[in-house]
Ligand binder design. Structure first.
Ligand code: 13P
Length: 247
């Protein structure tokens, strides 16, 4: 099986200012294990500032971008603009984009295709809501979201899948390592049968949802959990412990 490089992203969401970013950057610069792909995703107005401050061994991600290069799309940004800033990664399909801003599976898939065509690494988020899990629809929902992406792209080499159950985001209710492993394993099996064995073996499937310094090590022991997408704890000193969860 191909070795999968551990991947940890900090999704700062709509938080912070320059002073807060300076504090986070100071904690990370010089102290990060470079065998882990570590990515920080600041609000878009701070992308350039964060990029200018972070060590070049750390990557910067946008939290979103649109599906075309330019035009009359007030308030949005394009992959071409991210590339121009030296931003290498973008989070797409986050549950807050899907459920607060009403992004459809198709829009998320179109965004993924356009970002990949511009050579960005895409952190593609999927995940079920609590009522969907309780109705036994966890796999169906995740497969539906992933199928839209599969139908829009052909090259998976720059895709990281983030499984983020909506009920675990910002709630303090983490999926147990077994619950997360079960879904990751199902997704990997689905990729093997619907895309290819090679993609299934090599793609990183990371977990997000109330990951902390306290629970990251147990999650990281699971064979199909290749890293994390971290919200609240990525703003705190424990983010360094999460990056080092596999040590
Ligand atoms: P929390 O870690 O705050 O639950 O957020 C997870 C998340 O949404 C990361 O994208």
């Amino acid at each position: 099986m191909a070795a999968r490089k551990f991947f940890v992203g900090g999704n700062w969401k709509m938080n912070g200012n320059k002073a807060a970013i300076d504090v986070i950057v100071e904690r990370l610069n010089g102290s990060i294990n470079t065998s882990v792909e570590t990515v920080c995703a600041p609000p878009q107005c701070y992308l350039d500032y964060t990029k200018s401050k972070l060590d070049s061994s750390l990557f910067v991600a946008a939290q979103n971008c649109y599906k075309v290069e330019k035009g009359a799309f007030t308030g949005d940004i394009s992959p071409a603009m991210l590339k121009d800033l030296g931003v290498s990664h973008v989070i797409l399909g986050h549950s807050e984009r899907r459920h607060v801003f009403g992004e459809s599976d198709q829009l998320v898939a179109d965004k993924c295709a356009h970002a990949l065509a511009n050579d960005l690494t895409v952190i593609a988020c999927i995940g079920e809501k609590l009522e969907e899990r309780e109705a036994g629809q966890t796999e169906a929902v995740n497969v539906r979201q992933l199928t839209a992406i599969k139908n829009a792209i052909s090259d998976w080499s720059k895709v990281v899948i983030a499984y983020e159950p909506v009920w675990a985001i910002g709630t303090g209710k983490t999926a147990t390592p077994d619950q997360a492993q079960e879904v990751h394993e199902e997704l990997r099996k689905w990729l093997a049968s619907e895309v290819s064995k090679e993609v299934s073996d090599s793609i990183r499937i990371i977990y997000g949802g109330s990951v902390t310094g306290a629970n990251c090590k147990d999650l990281a022991k699971k064979p199909d959990i290749d890293g994390f997408l971290v919200g609240g704890a990525s703003l705190k000193p424990e983010f360094v412990d999460i990056i080092n969860a596999r040590d």
